[in-house]
Each structure stands twice: as structure tokens, then as C-alpha cells.
Ligand binder design. Structure first.
Ligand code: NAP
Length: 250
């Protein structure tokens, strides 16, 4: 099962300052990759970096707002300048809102799409220009991109459904031509700063709806990430994998 290893590879993780991004960075390092960390709260990144180093790998970090294309270019440039290459991109940075649609302002809607959808695209463009050896992009969507979540989330749902469409199109453009596979994970519900904002009743509803009967563990998501980032998934591209305890099964 050496195909799951990422030894000698360099991975970039956005949104690495909290939540799932921290677990993704650690898992990629445990699989053998050096990891480049991006987020706006740059002061938090050394804590994530310490987990990378504990796994025996190196890290670099850069303040990054993914809604700014120039920041995305600079984060990828940090990978190439520091480690000489870039092989994996995890588009994990994301923001959530829950606003009734009749009250949502243009600014609120745009700010979510700007980060979740457009930020993923700016990062992917920068990555594809620099990934000279081919590579793998893993976009982080959500089950809310596949079905309504029971709370009003037009901006979040649209942005996450958009990420699924973006995944398919970039996979079609780049898999054969550039050797870059593009896949997507649709997480169910996992403890993080974002999900902590949900009402306890929402968690109970999720547990009741998901056949697994519980929230997910970060390691369960990170295992899917390592599969999609590595040669273990070398013939998989353009797909969205729900990791959700069965929440969205047809
Ligand atoms: P989180 O703890 O709030 O993490 C979100 C991360 O995104 C933070 O590191 C944040 O860092 C970063 N971020 C936000 N805006 C950014 C921007 N403009 N530029 C760069 N980084 C930005 O929440 P999480 O649950 O781990 O979320 C991670 C991803 O998983 C998101 O895409 C989310 O939609 C998705 N997801 C989560 C769940 C869940 O149950 N937790 C379920 C489905 C999907 P800074 O604030 O420091 O910039």
C-alpha cells in the first residue's frame, strides 16, 4: 500500500489555522509530505506547523486571504521557493453563514462565494501554473452542496455546489493535459470552529438523519483526503466523495 505515501511530495493546505485544515496538514505530513500552510490568522500557523514537524516533515506558512488572487499566487510561490516543487493542493479554506434568503445582503452573499468558490478557483489556477510534475487537487465542498441542511444557507449551499462543478470542469481540463487530478470531498458534520456555531438541536437532527448515528471524526475525513491526494487514487478524477455517515445517500 505504498501508493498512499506522499514521500518527497509538497502539499499546500488553505484554512490551516483551525478545524479540519489542521487535521489535513497533520495527515499529509504523516503520509510523508512537506506542507505549506495558509490562512489569514497567520499567528496560528506555527501551532499547525508543529504537528507537521512532529510527524517528521517540514513546513512553511504564509498569511493568505484566498479571496485575493495575488495571495493565492504568493502561497503557491512559497511552496516552490521553499521546497522546490508543489504536488498537492487542498482547497479547505471556507466560511459559513445562515441567513434567511429574504434578509441576506449582497455583501453577505458575495463574501461567502468569494472565499468558498472563487478562492478555490484562484488557488487552483495558481497551483496548475506551478505544478510542473502534475499533481492532485482536493476541494472541500460539503453535504450542503448536495442537499439542503435544514437551516437557511443559500450562500453556503451555492458556493459548495459551485465547488463540485468547478471540480468536474478542472478535472476535464487538466487530468489528461497536465496530469493534475481534481477531486472533491463533501464532509458531513465534524467538530470545528464552524460547526460549533450550530445549535445543539441541529447536531441532534444530523445524528438522527445519518445512518452512522454520530458526527464524523477528523481522522475519518483525513484518510479520504490522503487517498485522493496520493497515487492510491491515480485513476480517480472529477468525483465528489461524501464522507458523511450516509447522510446524503440516494
Ligand atoms: P473552521 O475551523 O472555521 O476553519 C475554516 C478555515 O478557513 C480557517 O482556518 C480559516 O482561517 C480559513 N479561512 C476562512 N476564510 C479564509 C480566507 N478568506 N482566506 C484564507 N483562509 C480562510 O471550519 P472547518 O469546519 O474546519 O472548515 C474547513 C472546511 O470544511 C470549510 O471549507 C468548510 O466549509 C468545510 N466543511 C466543514 C464541515 C464541518 O462539519 N466542520 C462540514 C462540511 C464542510 P482564518 O480565519 O485564519 O483565515
Amino acid at each position: 500500500m505504498d501508493r498512499f505515501r506522499l514521500d518527497g511530495k509538497v502539499a499546500v493546505v488553505t484554512g490551516a489555522s483551525s478545524g479540519l485544515g489542521v487535521s489535513f496538514a497533520r495527515a499529509l505530513a504523516e503520509a510523508g509530505a512537506d506542507v505549506v500552510l495558509g490562512a489569514r490568522r497567520v499567528e496560528r500557523l506555527p501551532e499547525t506547523g508543529a504537528l507537521v514537524e512532529k510527524a517528521g516533515r517540514r513546513y512553511a506558512a504564509r498569511a493568505t486571504d484566498v479571496s485575493r488572487p495575488e495571495d493565492c499566487e504568493a502561497l503557491i510561490a512559497t511552496a516552490v521557493e521553499t521546497f522546490g516543487r508543489v504536488d498537492v493542493l487542498v482547497n479547505n479554506a471556507g466560511v459559513g453563514t445562515a441567513v434567511p434568503a429574504t434578509r441576506e445582503t449582497p455583501e453577505q452573499f458575495r463574501s461567502v462565494v468569494d472565499v468558498n468558490l472563487m478562492g478555490s478557483y484562484w488557488m487552483a489556477q495558481a497551483f496548475a501554473r506551478a505544478a510542473k510534475n502534475g499533481g492532485a487537487i482536493v476541494n472541500i465542498s460539503s453535504v450542503i452542496g448536495l442537499r439542503p441542511g435544514g437551516i437557511p444557507q443559500a450562500a453556503y449551499a451555492s458556493s459548495k455546489a459551485g465547488v463540485i462543478g468547478l471540480t468536474r470542469d478542472l478535472a476535464a481540463q487538466w487530468t489528461g493535459r497536465k496530469g493534475i487530478r481534481v477531486n472533491c470531498i463533501a464532509p458531513g458534520f465534524f467538530a470545528s470552529e464552524m460547526s460549533d456555531q450550530l445549535e445543539p438541536a441541529t447536531f441532534e437532527m444530523i445524528k438522527a438523519l445519518a445512518p452512522a448515528g454520530r458526527l464524523g471524526e477528523h481522522e475519518e475525513l483525513a484518510a479520504t483526503l490522503v487517498w485522493l491526494a496520493s497515487d492510491a487514487s491515480s485513476y480517480v478524477t472529477g468525483v465528489t466523495v461524501p464522507v458523511d455517515g450516509g447522510l446524503v445517500m440516494p
